[in-house]
Design a protein around this ligand. Structure first.
Ligand SMILES: NC(=O)C1=CN([C@@H]2O[C@H](COP(=O)(O)OP(=O)(O)OC[C@H]3O[C@@H](n4cnc5c(N)ncnc54)[C@H](OP(=O)(O)O)[C@@H]3O)[C@@H](O)[C@H]2O)C=CC1
Ligand SMILES: CC[C@](O)(C(C)=O)C(=O)O
Length: 343
């Protein structure tokens, strides 16, 4: 039987009525949930550490900002919107001491609970509302009257009201507009990590860079390589998003269709699937999480170096010049700005 999809008609904000929702962290997801909920009529406060770069942005957006511990004390529902590997430390220091019976702890990704960097007491609700999209798009789509689909999950439910709270939150951030599916913390964590490593971010970034390099190394202009391997990718993926792969094929030429079905599977072949399965295994057995936590605890050296190398890839310079000719493409000051200052 197909999974139940919760939509606008299944959701109500009533479970959040009269409640204080504390959003801890005001980055990509934090700012989107906070602003969308506020505009949906929910009472939202923000919790941040002293000296947080996000504090000024949250105040400018009209929120009351408290130190994290104080926000946890005031909140009935506490959304932990802090980077995954920092959640354990924030929980120990500021959340656990103020987490009393009846409160609800909410996550938008299951990493901390699934890999047990956080072990909450049995008398608080532990739930998830995970929009299936970047926070900036969760915010943008809400303002456009659209909604990023989302997942809800219930890890523990002493109040027996957790599902209603999760659905109300998903409704307030706009997810029920796009459809909401109920899952488990384990399933969300493992599939989300798999997607971002192999297809959505890792796989796509590597595929685009490899295609650009092959064309440039063969003597073609970098501008040609950019249009072919990055710019047009969005247009093709937009068509897939609108009508599936079969729908996208409706709009491309017969020759492109033949290249797609005949040559594509030779590029992304069984060996790629084998490596995807290996990546999934390391997610399932905890190896990926262990190594990632170690990387963050030892100063992010490899992480920072790899990101820096990525920024120096020639596709970035070529792309910046070509995008500047297209004023309708949103300019994003991702080097200087705060996550929450984009909309
Ligand atoms: N990015 C996304 O679109 C998605 C994220 N998620 C999940 O959402 C959660 C948050 O991730 P994301 O939005 O990317 O995070 P960001 O890195 O964008 O933002 C983190 C926020 O937490 C603040 N922060 C850092 N340390 C503390 C602390 N000790 N106390 C209080 N606040 C703190 C940061 O402040 P400062 O500005 O000072 O650094 C910043 O405001 C994670 O669980 C992630 O997996 C889920 C789906 C998608
Ligand atoms: C694809 C990356 C993501 O999983 C997301 C936007 O859903 C993330 O954690 O940022």
């Amino acid at each position: 039987m197909p999974a139940k999809i919760y939509t606008e008609k299944d959701a109500s904000l009533a479970p959040l009525k009269g409640k204080t929702c504390a959003v801890i962290g005001f980055g990509s997801q934090g700012h989107a949930h906070a602003l969308n909920l506020k505009e949906s009529g929910v009472n939202v406060i923000i919790g941040l550490y002293a000296g947080s770069k996000s504090r000024k942005v949250a105040e400018e957006k009209g929120f009351k900002v408290y130190d994290t511990a104080e926000a946890v004390k005031l909140g009935d529902v506490i959304f932990v919107a802090v980077p995954d590997t920092k959640i354990g430390g924030v929980y120990e220091k500021d959340i656990a001491p103020n987490l009393v019976k009846g409160k609800t702890l909410l996550f938008s990704h299951g990493f901390a609970i699934h890999y047990k960097t956080v072990v909450p007491p049995a008398d608080v609700n532990v739930i998830m509302v995970a929009p299936k999209g970047p926070g900036h798009i969760v915010r943008r789509q809400y303002t456009e009257g659209k909604g990023v689909p989302g997942l809800i999950a219930i890890y523990q439910d002493p109040s027996k009201k957790s599902k209603q709270i999760a659905l109300a939150w998903a409704h307030g951030v706009g997810c029920t507009r796009g459809g909401v599916l109920q899952t488990s913390f384990q399933e969300e964590t493992e599939t989300d990590l798999f997607g971002e490593q192999t297809v959505l971010c890792g796989g796509t970034s590597a595929l685009v860079q490899a295609g650009f390099e092959v064309l440039v190394e063969a003597g073609y202009a970098p501008e040609m390589a950019y249009f072919e391997c990055l710019h047009e990718l969005k247009l093709i993926v937009d068509l897939m998003n609108e009508s599936g792969i079969a729908g996208m094929r409706f709009s491309i030429s017969e020759t492109a269709k033949w290249g797609d079905v005949k040559v594509g599977p030779k590029i992304i072949d069984a060996s790629v699937k084998k490596r995807m399965k290996a990546a999934l295994k390391e997610i399932q057995n905890g190896k990926f999480a262990k190594e990632w936590i170690k990387e963050t605890e030892t100063g992010y050296k490899t992480f920072n170096q790899l990101l820096k190398d990525g920024e120096k890839h020639p596709i970035e310079k070529t792309g910046a010049r070509l995008r500047s000719l297209m004023p309708w493409i949103k300019k994003r000051d991702f080097k200087g700005g705060q996550q929450a200052s984009y909309e």
